[in-house]
Design a protein. Structure first.
Length: 610
């Protein structure tokens, strides 16, 4: 899990370890991207953030250089857009966003007459601060104005926090905190009023009136003005010994836990089509989980691009109202080969914050977080959508302890060792559903104009939903293109055609391959060389003979390819790679294996005698 910090010195932290960002301009660029996280930030906006006045002629080149350096650290979290960059930030990773979320929750609790809850939320918000916003970055730029606005928000939230403490549990330390606050910000009239009230309620009327005199002096010296009507009215009330100043606040119920009702499901995919049986199976399993005798987890698994997340989201949205205690969504990034596996403790922390636990009150250890999570989830009808799980070990600590809650998981692998789990593997889309998916992008009329080319596109994509989405997006961006033209281009250069804007079939395949290659070098070699066989089909004996390895190792390597969803096994002892994956495997072989090895493998395979 990354942490992006701007509430103090700009910092980038990964798995609790700080990462060097580089010079001030690069830190400013990261801050600007984080402040507009998950949205494209144009080169013009970035130039305004980094330079005061007109940017230099080298501004664009400098921005691209800084972006390249950041991408080496952030991987695919930083994406290049047309004349823009976009930083992907997940829930709980950006301190300014968490500060705003907790501040809003605290103010809502204060307005609802619940000062103890307000204190908890607001103190959690303030705990994210470690100095002035963007400390060390020039504030004479467009970014500087935004950082200064964050500093103002911090002062407002601190004073909201003081208001909550005045009613929840005032004490002598409150006066100390206010005096320290006013020493740095002597023109905050609201804080002067809070100091006066804290002193008055402590029985020190003289000190309260002296605070008014101090406020009047500070305002006159710095601004040449008198205190405002609110502060003057408070002084008069104290002089009159107004009894209302000592009245206890409205009774508030102290909650044992601050329970939120998260609604975090990402948007349903508007172009989702078909999958009738799979959706029915998922929704039935989810409903059974609510009875207490159904599964505790449901895993949708399969190769990259097959539509696992889209299927899980469709089922989750259909049944969202049947999980009234909330829906939490977490991306474990299990298929990202450039980032380490997210730890259960990290994920549990994100879930606890989603359930309303202030960041400052999240336990330190993974075991304590798991215990707190089970306590909060007990008896709640809650759905946790956990996307892109790498291993069963990532998901196991997230299993709910009792009835009413369920995990809906997506993974490349079936997570077969996860107990109490129903598993579903969606297959390729058929011809009819493939037509409907393309039509969702370009309209039924355009698809009906050339049914033969439509069928060719679907067949060459192997019914892979991601590939069809990319073709649909390409066609939508080129209204004048006939389908036959795209079919011809797809035949000539399939993997490059199946790459458009931020979608790429090659990238999805690469994620599966790199994750597998990191664990099993022999399986990676077998996969690459399978790309040199026209049929993409092989037996363990053939692999053992060609690579001069024991049959046992050849069998294990082929089974690993099936487990990683890089190959199929249509019957015991036979393994094959689907067409698009076969093309990707051939690319890898050309890039990684010597010509002599490729030639020997592509020649006649010698099968040893039985």
């Amino acid at each position: 899990m990354f942490e992006f910090r701007v509430l103090g010195p700009v910092k980038l932290i990964f798995e609790h370890q700080p990462i060097s960002i580089g010079p001030a301009k690069r830190r400013a660029m990261l801050a600007a991207l984080a402040l507009d996280a998950n949205h494209p930030v144009t080169l013009g906006q970035l130039a305004d953030a980094l330079w005061a006045g007109p940017p230099p002629a080298s501004a664009v080149a400098n921005l691209r250089s800084h972006a390249a350096a950041l991408r080496r650290v952030l991987g695919n979290r930083l994406v290049a857009r047309p004349r823009a960059y976009e930083l992907s930030v997940h829930d709980g990773e950006f301190d300014a966003a968490e500060f705003a979320r907790l501040a809003a929750a605290g103010r809502s609790a204060l307005a609802a007459g619940d000062p103890p809850a307000a204190v908890a939320h607001l103190s959690g918000a303030l705990a994210f601060w470690h100095g002035t916003a963007g400390d060390g970055i020039a504030h004479d730029t467009g970014l500087g104005a935004r950082l200064s606005a964050l500093d103002e928000q911090r002062l407002d939230v601190f004073e909201d926090y003081i208001t909550a403490r005045l009613t929840a549990h005032p004490g002598p330390e409150l006066v100390t905190d206010l005096r320290h606050h006013l020493a740095g910000h002597p023109l905050r009239e609201r804080a002067w009023g809070q100091l006066m009230l804290a002193l008055y309620r402590a029985g020190n009327v003289a000190a309260a009136l002296a605070a008014y005199t101090d406020a009047r002096t500070a305002l006159a010296e710095h601004l040449g003005i008198e205190p405002g009507p609110e502060l003057a009215a408070l002084q008069r009330a104290m002089l009159d010994r107004d009894a209302t100043l000592n009245e206890p606040p409205q009774a508030a119920t102290v909650r044992a836990a601050i329970e939120a009702t998260p609604r975090q499901l990402p948007p349903d995919l508007g172009t989702f089509v078909g999958r009738t049986r799979e959706v029915a199976a998922l929704t039935n399993a989810l409903r059974q989980s609510l009875t207490g005798i159904g599964p505790r987890a449901i895993t949708v698994f399969g190769r990259g691009g097959i539509g696992k997340t889209a299927l899980a989201l469709r089922a989750a949205h259909l049944l969202a109202e049947e999980f009234p205690d909330g829906q939490v969504a977490v991306d474990l990034r299990g298929s990202d080969p450039y980032l380490p596996e997210r730890t259960p403790g990290d994920v549990l922390g994100q879930i606890l914050r989603a359930l309303g636990v202030p960041a400052a009150e999240v336990p330190e250890t993974a075991d304590e977080r798991a215990a707190q999570y089970r306590s909060l989830a007990a008896g709640r009808r809650m759905l946790l959508l956990i996307d892109d799980v790498a291993t069963a070990g990532q998901a196991r600590p997230l299993l709910p302890g009792g009835s009413g809650g369920v995990l809906l998981l997506t993974s490349r692998r079936p997570l077969a060792t996860l107990d109490g789990t129903v598993r579903l593997e969606p297959g390729p889309l058929g011809l009819d559903d493939g037509r409907r998916l393309l039509a969702a992008h370009v309209g039924k009329a355009r698809i009906a104009e050339d049914p033969a080319s439509t069928a060719t596109l679907i067949r060459r994509c192997g019914g892979l939903p991601l590939a069809l989405r990319i073709l649909g997006a390409r066609l939508a961006s080129r209204p004048s293109w006939p389908l036959a033209l795209l079919a011809a281009r797809l035949a000539e250069d399939p993997l490059n055609v199946l790459q458009f804007e931020d979608l790429s079939v090659r990238d999805r395949f690469a994620a599966d391959y790199l994750a597998m290659a990191a664990e099993d070098e022999l399986a990676a070699r077998v996969f690459r060389l399978l790309g040199l066989l026209p049929s993409g089909q092989v037996t363990p004996r053939e692999v053992a003979a060609q690579l001069n390895v024991p049959s046992k190792l050849a069998f294990q390597a082929l089974e690993e390819l099936v487990e990683a969803r890089l190959a199929d096994s249509p019957r015991p002892g036979l393994y094959r790679v689907p067409d698009l994956l076969l093309i990707y495997a051939a690319e890898l072989a050309a890039d990684n294996d010597p010509r002599a090895v490729r030639g020997a493998w592509a020649g006649e395979i010698c099968v040893p005698a039985a």
